[in-house]
Design a protein around this ligand. Structure first.
Ligand code: DON
Length: 304
């Protein structure tokens, strides 16, 4: 069983890695985040929360929001319709790559790369009257924290530097796989990425994936089968072109964001979130990955 001494030890051991990665700066508003932050929080099977370091500091969740978008789309669309517009395969390419989209006819490899999440956001836009608000409601319910907000400065900064995401959307539109106004969908997508949550919030919010689809508050968010499906996608696609390395070192379904957060789950046992803003070349938190690797090793846990 994880305890506070274990988390503190993992935190202390990862601390010297600070200085070896790079804070994301392609979104200017993220570049100013202090690089020396390090936090870890675990939510155990009985719902207890344990944390060490800066685990209560909110940070930009970025691509971690792609999991929340996917589960909304899974509830709003038939399975076949959803998976006709986005694939379930690892891309082996950077998260914001355009190359596969051209020769794969505008169908993104999976819902966790930018292209996939933009298609999912397009689908949400088609069914929800207020997608930004619905997303906030969802993360507040999942984490039990009613104070979670979107950082409008980060959302605006992303919008002002959105050439690549816009290119992805228009390429998909040219293949008929994007139905709504590109600008409007991108604004929702950026608002989702710019939500601020702490390790404690995110460990609690991902509890449902360790708990067969039922969230901490007791509501079923997705079916048990869907929960297994999401975990399978996280294990194969959650860390982009670093997914194989992450599976090898950590062995848990997980999702990273360029804000430096990574969430991971051991089904039936725990959900965990780590945060450290400096990233490795794939865009995944460097010290964060190390903390998860140490956790998996010390607990003797892996899904493999
Ligand atoms: O669209 C983007 O590029 C960012 N809002 C999200 C990218 C991201 O977090 C990729 N994660 N490692």
């Amino acid at each position: 069983m994880p305890d506070l001494a274990l988390l503190q030890g993992i935190h202390d051991e990862a601390l010297p890695l600070i200085g070896q990665g790079r804070v994301a700066d392609y979104i200017p508003a993220l570049a100013g985040v202090p690089a020396n932050r390090l936090g870890i929080a675990i939510c155990t099977a009985d719902g207890e929360l344990l944390g060490a370091g800066d685990y209560l500091d909110p940070f930009s969740i970025q691509s971690i929001s792609k999991v929340f978008s996917l589960i909304q789309a899974m509830s709003l669309y038939e399975e076949q319709e959803l998976w006709s517009r986005v694939g379930k395969e690892p891309s082996g390419n950077p998260f914001n790559s355009l190359v596969q989209l051209e020769f794969e006819h505008g169908i993104p490899r999976n819902p966790f790369i930018n292209a996939g999440a933009l298609v999912v956001s397009d689908m949400l836009q088609g069914r929800l009257s207020a997608p930004k608000h619905r997303m906030l409601e969802l993360v507040r319910e999942l984490s039990g924290n009613q104070h979670i907000v979107c950082d409008k400065v980060v959302a605006r900064s992303e919008y002002e530097h959105s050439a690549r995401n816009a290119a992805i959307c228009y390429l998909m539109k040219s293949f008929g796989n994007f139905h709504n106004d590109v600008d409007g969908v991108m604004k929702s997508y950026f608002n989702h990425c710019a939500i601020r949550m702490s390790c404690a919030d995110l460990a609690r919010a991902f509890f449902f994936l360790a708990n067969k689809g039922v969230c901490l508050g007791g509501r079923r968010m997705i079916s048990e089968r869907q929960s297994r499906q999401v975990n399978a996608l996280l294990a194969t696609c959650g860390l982009y072109d670093g997914a194989g390395e992450f599976a090898y070192r950590v062995g848990m379904p997980g999702k990273s964001g360029v804000g430096g957060g990574i969430v991971a789950v051991v089904p039936g046992e725990l959900s965990v979130c780590v945060w450290s803003p400096e990233l490795d070349p794939s865009g995944n938190s460097l010290a964060g990955t190390r903390m998860l690797e140490l956790l998996a090793k010390r607990l003797g846990r892996s899904i493999f």
